[in-house]
Write a protein that binds this ligand. Structure first.
Ligand SMILES: [Fe+2]
Length: 356
């Protein structure tokens, strides 16, 4: 038996309006007059009130990043080169302001500034050699748990896989629930369901333990208050649910829904949140109560998922998705335990995909 030695985010600020603390936090990192900070900001905030509140100084670099598509290794390498061309010195901090994709970009760029070669070289587990540049995560959409995790998920030339390492973990996060107010309903819902699904997969998994359970149970209660109860403090609750859901899977594992969603996302390009919802909706045999509650939540918020996406796709396309999904060994181990290889058949997965 091996025990996970899990690295957590060492510093965090929580609360409505706490984004205003960012300037002070960065001041403690700025030691010399020419020290600079890199801000990676989701381009939905450009020309919006939040964009004007980014505390950039004259010597800093602000890059508005487009995350319409999932982040790629090529995008990370281009951003890293852009930072290096801007100033040959290392920045004193890289700040990611946005959803999971933007935060993952910030993590990846902070790693690639100190680790030579392209980011595709480091897709995997504990391949990063050198500590990253100081990096800060500030979610403006909640649910992925990227603020808590030790990964930065990237689509590479060969596969979609994270830069998983202790160095990936943010040095600082700022959880200001004011920032997630005003996210479009669909995106709010799909990303929030990522969190709900993390909890279901963690709680139903063979990797479950009291550490993971404590976080998942509380996170799930918060999700219910947000998505079924419409609680007035729902933004604070969702922000905390996201963090705790991330903490839960950090000490357990995700399951069948993420495995299917990865296959769907890699081949058809669906974003993680909606990909999970599409996958979860056909997994009632795996997670009967979770899927029933998820459908109740969809109904309450008038969410209608796209239908028949895979029904008429060529067999080769489905086979590609099946192969990606099947390759997620630890996820299936969490679903079935040892001997999962016999249970996760091409036939079973093909049937699932055809229903999406
Ligand atoms: Fe997820």
């Amino acid at each position: 038996m091996s025990f996970k030695n899990f690295k957590c985010v060492p510093k965090m600020i929580f609360g409505r309006g706490s984004f205003a603390e960012l300037d002070n936090v960065l001041d403690t990192e700025r030691q010399h007059a020419d020290d600079f900070v890199v801000f990676l900001v989701d381009d939905v905030h450009q020309h919006k009130p939040l964009g004007t509140r980014v505390p950039a100084k004259a010597q800093d670099l602000t890059i508005y990043v487009n995350v319409d598509d999932e982040p790629t290794t090529a995008q990370v390498d281009a951003l890293t080169e852009q930072v290096q061309a801007f100033n040959p010195k290392l920045p004193v901090s890289v700040v990611g302001l946005g959803g999971g994709a933007t935060m993952d970009l910030a993590k990846a760029v902070s790693l690639m500034l100190t680790n030579p070669g392209g980011s595709a070289m480091y897709q995997g587990w504990d391949l990063i050699k050198h500590p990253a540049v100081h990096h800060i995560g500030i979610p403006t959409v909640s649910g992925t748990g990227a603020e808590a995790s030790r990964t930065a998920v990237l689509c590479g030339p060969v596969r979609k896989l994270g830069l998983n390492s202790d160095y990936t973990v943010f040095d600082q996060i700022i959880m200001d629930s004011e920032l997630i107010d005003g996210v479009p309903t669909d995106q709010w819902f799909y990303t929030g369901m990522d969190c709900y699904i993390h909890c279901v997969e963690s709680l139903q998994g063979t990797y479950l333990n009291e550490f993971a359970k404590a976080f998942a149970e509380k996170s799930m209660d918060l999700c219910r208050e947000v998505f079924l109860g419409d609680h007035p403090e729902k933004d604070d609750k969702l922000m905390m649910a996201s963090y705790m859901g991330g903490m839960s899977i950090a000490y357990s594992q995700v399951g069948a829904c993420h495995a299917v969603s990865y296959g769907l996302g890699y081949v058809l390009g669906y974003h993680h949140g909606i990909g999970n919802c599409l996958a979860f909706d056909v997994l009632e045999e795996f997670y009967p109560e979770g899927v029933a509650e998820f459908r109740q939540m969809m109904k309450k918020h008038n969410i209608v998922l796209p239908k028949n996406i895979c029904k008429d796709l060529p067999d080769e396309t489905i086979a590609k998705m099946v192969a990606v999904t099947k390759s997620m060994g630890p996820l299936w181990d969490n679903v079935y335990g040892s001997g999962w290889e016999e249970k996760v058949t091409d036939e079973m997965l093909t049937k699932l995909f055809r229903r999406i």
